[in-house]
Design a protein around this ligand. Structure first.
Ligand SMILES: [Fe+2]
Length: 317
């Protein structure tokens, strides 16, 4: 069984900016050389940024800084052996004894290893709903910054949706929901979060990275993390907001290492019983609601509203 994403590698020349970004994003810097930076999420999921002028990386599927490789963690050596049989004849096949891999039909290097992620004990904030009082004599949590648990999903622009979806389906991925002919939300095992991979075909059929998403504990950490990243001066692309498909709360920023980057929490959990749904792409299908331009981390109010952070009840100076 494929468990999830163990490691991702970006190729980007501006390591200084990428380093500042991932520090601010809440990852732990575990290696720092002129050639590459390595970061860890809470459970040991790794994010690598390497300078393509100094390090031999798998080929890029688009110009500029972007994702070069995704390493999926699997449950055991038996799963790895089964996957090896399935990919051994595919383009770009590699096997170094620990990791196997190939190139997917979109041009991305895909790797598999027995997962090295660690179990983590993290507690989200309990919610009080009408029917369930889970937080009693206990205030809710305000996060000053995020500590991402892991990379939860990756999203690519694909030129040939059927070919890429078929490639991942043959490896055991299951389609959770679809934009027919336009997009496929896939999870890496029948039981798990709504999607580990989302493939999107745009009208111009371009290939590339759309975004990488980091799982945080709960909606409050989406807000607290996003506010901190805003205070550090990084630019919101869209958010905070909520996706109707997957039900997750999100906040997207621009990433100097390539593409967009997302904090998310509270996605739907699916099983074999789930029936994939078809949707027509559109703004209201993408977001139930979303804030354009983000929140100002200092005033904690919507950016560009011109209220200088004043409360309605503040007295005029
Ligand atoms: Fe996402």
């Amino acid at each position: 069984m494929i468990l999830g994403i163990d490691e991702i590698s970006y190729g980007a020349e501006d390591l200084a900016a990428c380093g500042r970004f991932f520090d601010d994003w809440g990852l732990r810097r575990v290696e720092d050389t002129p050639e590459r930076l390595v970061f860890e999420c809470q459970n040991g999921c790794r994010v690598i940024v390497a300078d393509p002028r100094r390090v031999a990386l798998p080929a890029a599927f688009e110009d500029g800084p972007t994702l070069r490789e995704v390493v999926w963690g699997v449950a055991d050596a038996g799963t790895l052996a089964t996957l090896r049989q399935r990919i051994a004849t595919l383009p770009g096949f590699v096997d170094d004894g620990t990791r196997i891999g190939c190139t997917d039909p979109n041009g991305l290097a895909v790797r598999f290893q027995v997962s090295v992620k660690r179990p983590v004990e993290v507690q989200g904030t309990r919610s009080n709903t009408w029917d369930r009082r889970e937080r009693v004599d206990q205030p809710g949590t305000v996060y000053e910054r995020a500590q991402p648990i892991e990379v939860g999903h990756v999203v690519f622009f694909v030129a040939d949706l059927a070919a890429v979806e078929g490639f991942y389906a043959a490896l055991g991925f299951v389609t959770s929901d679809r934009y027919p002919q336009r997009g496929a939300f896939m999870r890496c095992a029948p039981r798990g979060g709504h999607h580990d991979l989302f493939l999107l075909r745009t009208p111009d059929a371009k290939r590339g990275l759309n975004h990488v998403a980091f799982t945080v504990r709960d909606i409050h950490e989406v807000f607290g993390g996003g506010l901190q990243v805003s205070r550090c001066g990084w630019e919101t692309q869209l958010g905070p907001g909520r996706h109707p498909i997957s039900s997750a709360y999100f906040w997207y920023f621009r990433n100097p290492a390539g593409g967009l980057i997302e904090y998310y929490a509270d996605e739907d959990e699916l099983t074999e019983a789930w029936q994939p749904r078809d949707f027509e792409p559109g703004p209201t299908v993408f977001a139930e609601w979303a804030i354009e331009g983000g929140l100002d981390g200092r005033t904690r109010r919507q950016k560009g509203r011109g209220n200088d952070g004043a409360f309605l009840t503040d007295r005029k100076a």
